[in-house]
Design a binder for this molecule. Structure first.
Ligand SMILES: NC(=O)c1ccc[n+]([C@@H]2O[C@H](COP(=O)([O-])OP(=O)(O)OC[C@H]3O[C@@H](n4cnc5c(N)ncnc54)[C@H](O)[C@@H]3O)[C@@H](O)[C@H]2O)c1
Length: 409
């Protein structure tokens, strides 16, 4: 029976990890401690996760609960602090994406892992989506030959996209912005599919729809004078999960999840484009928009022997299609379509597959390399961190310069 503790008992901590351990993996895993800066939310999480013990102090939790593995699901800016402290206390670590938010913190994690000899796992659930796993298998079969370039666009709709501008994510210092917080999934997916590492990054970013660009400014939806005319008004109290997890626990830290999307303090971008050159010469063009009429992504991979077009639609015109598709154009100009039935479950069926590998009875074979460590975590964070730096300076950014003593040359 492996002993797990968890820091950051918000939505992801409870739903993806805490409950998975107590409800599906109680034969092999036990939750020995919960810690959150908000003690009220930690107590609520305990109630949701088999009455797991709550600690008011993180280090005391490590000493007294003696976890073998720490699960990190707190606000992104603090991931590195807990990862390093847990490694130093002799634990292995499972951390949510993004592994952390900037280059200094990436190096601190890599250094602590090397020094302690313990292991960091980064949970890139996108890799575990059956659809994405199938794309990897098709690519591995060599149908498009050596990959030369990739084009990806990711669209967040005005419901999901706006949510990042209401919560802690809306400050670069908390999340690294969407180029780190959100795009870490996308960059990891591309890095993993093309089996390559980034070398240089150039980016542009703008805040066009949210933040001070907006027509109204309030503190939060629940106290706003513009609820009738604002297209982004959101009643958190009407969402039972939001009420129980956040509104009911505001007294402990004052944090609210219905902040005004037009707050002038917002400093992340809602419109972004990034160009990445990989060490093996592959070129990636990527864009991310947080205010589109439908949500989903499209990726085209151009190889010497053909082109693969893939993508998913989470909302809007094509969201009801029971199948997902992989379209191959081979070098003869033929079009071959693979239909892949949509999987049920959280994040396209990924979450349960991921937790089965993390907490399940036996270690599953992993020929596709679904499980990711700190290096993959670093590679995806550093594309976003380099993009943020490039936007600020107007210059391309070299990933090895960000890696410092961990540079590859
Ligand atoms: N892989 C995915 O699909 C996915 C989905 C959602 C969230 N996530 C990740 O999970 C993590 C949590 O996201 P969430 O949606 O649950 O956010 P959340 O806001 O619901 O929860 C974050 C929790 O961290 C706590 N916290 C903040 N600062 C802390 C500190 N210094 N020490 C301890 N606790 C602290 C908060 O009180 C809160 O309970 C993030 O890193 C996010 O990127 C991943």
């Amino acid at each position: 029976m492996k002993r797990y503790a968890l820091v950051g008992t918000g939505g992801r901590g409870i739903h993806a990890y805490g409950r998975a351990i107590v409800q599906r993996h109680a034969d092999t895993a036990t939750l020995v401690g919960l810690y959150d800066r908000n003690p009220l939310r930690a107590r609520y999480a305990s109630h949701e996760c088999g009455d797991a013990p709550v600690y008011d102090d993180f280090d005391i939790m490590l000493q007294q609960a003696r976890p073998e593995v720490l699960i990190v699901t707190c606000v992104d800016r603090y991931h590195h602090e807990y990862i390093v402290r847990a490694l130093e206390a002799g634990c292995d670590v499972i951390t949510e994406k993004p592994m952390t938010i900037d280059a200094d913190k990436v190096r601190a994690i890599l250094e602590a892992e090397r020094r302690t000899g313990r292991k960091v796992t980064v949970t890139f659930n996108v890799r575990h989506m059956p659809y994405v796993t199938r794309i990897k298998e098709i690519l591995r079969s060599g149908v498009i030959g050596r990959i030369l370039s990739a084009d990806m666009e990711w669209l967040l709709d005005r419901s999901h996209g706006a949510s990042y501008f209401r919560r802690w994510h809306r400050m670069l210092g908390n999340s690294g912005g969407l180029l780190v917080h959100k795009a870490t999934h996308h960059f990891d997916m591309v890095n993993w599919l093309i089996e390559a590492e980034p070398k240089t990054v150039y980016a542009n970013g703008a805040l066009r729809v949210y933040g001070s660009a907006g027509p109204y400014h309030g503190e939060r939806c629940s106290s706003c004078a513009h609820t009738h005319e604002c297209p982004f008004y959101w009643d958190a109290a009407a969402v039972p999960n939001a009420k129980r997890l956040y509104l009911d626990n505001e007294a402990a830290d004052g944090y609210h999840i219905d902040g005004c999307v037009f707050d002038p303090e917002i400093d992340i971008y809602d419109t972004m484009s990034v160009a990445v050159r990989y060490t093996n010469g592959i070129l990636l063009s990527y864009s991310l928009n947080a205010h589109r009429p439908w949500e989903g992504w499209q990726l085209a991979l151009n190889g010497e022997a053909g082109r693969l077009e893939v993508g998913e639609f989470y909302s809007g015109h094509a969201a009801q299609d029971p199948n997902q598709h992989v379209t191959l154009y081979n070098i003869k100009g033929e079009k071959i379509v693979y239909d892949i039935p949509k999987a049920a479950g959280g994040h396209g069926g990924a979450d349960d597959r991921l937790t089965e590998r993390l907490f399940g009875e036996r270690e599953l074979p992993d020929p596709l390399g679904l499980m990711a460590g700190s290096w993959a975590g670093a590679m995806s964070v550093l594309i976003g961190a380099a993009a943020n730096r490039s936007i600020a300076t107007g210059e391309p950014v070299d990933i090895d310069a960000l890696l410092g003593e961990f540079a590859r040359r």
